[in-house]
Design a protein around this ligand. Structure first.
Ligand SMILES: NC(=O)c1ccc[n+]([C@@H]2O[C@H](COP(=O)([O-])OP(=O)(O)OC[C@H]3O[C@@H](n4cnc5c(N)ncnc54)[C@H](O)[C@@H]3O)[C@@H](O)[C@H]2O)c1
Length: 124
């Protein structure tokens, strides 16, 4: 039970792997913040988990949005132990996965973990 009593923010938790991660964390005894741009879906996931979960709106590309979510998390649950930075997009017609160049527009729209991967190629 290494997650028992921990407080976690999980970005992109309104669907897919983030939602599954949130449910698993809660089963293991953690408090989870479902943080996503999809408010309706995120609230449904949080409601399905129960009192150990809450939804907070988050756009991971906006620095100020992070400050609000961290403040809401520590305000509601009293602390923050874990960040699962799962939010992401699976590319667009503008992006070529094998390209050695990343346009500044794509860079700004790409969530952090994807940006980190991109930085191993070419940062504009
Ligand atoms: N599913 C796969 O096979 C796979 C493979 C490799 C990497 N990934 C990565 O894993 C992560 C989750 O994948 P998934 O299949 O569960 O995807 P998904 O599309 O089901 O979930 C991604 C979530 O991220 C949210 N999101 C997107 N942009 C956001 C933003 N700017 N701010 C906040 N939330 C945002 C979406 O609203 C969505 O709820 C993604 O980062 C994806 O790129 C997935």
């Amino acid at each position: 039970m290494r997650l028992a009593g921990k407080v976690a923010i999980i970005s992109g938790a309104a669907s897919g792997m983030g939602a599954a991660t949130a449910r698993m964390f809660a089963r293991e005894g953690a408090k989870v913040v479902i943080a996503d741009v999809l408010e309706h879906e995120g609230r449904q996931i949080a409601d399905g988990i129960g009192v150990s979960a809450r939804f907070e709106p988050l756009d991971v590309t906006q620095e100020g949005s992070w400050a609000v979510v961290v403040g809401a998390t520590t305000g509601h649950f009293g602390k923050l132990d874990v960040l699962v930075n799962n939010a992401g997009i699976s590319g667009s017609a503008e992006q070529d996965f094998y390209s050695t160049e990343v346009g500044i527009g794509s860079w700004r729209l790409t969530p952090p973990e994807c940006s980190w991967a991109s930085s191993t190629r070419s940062r504009p």
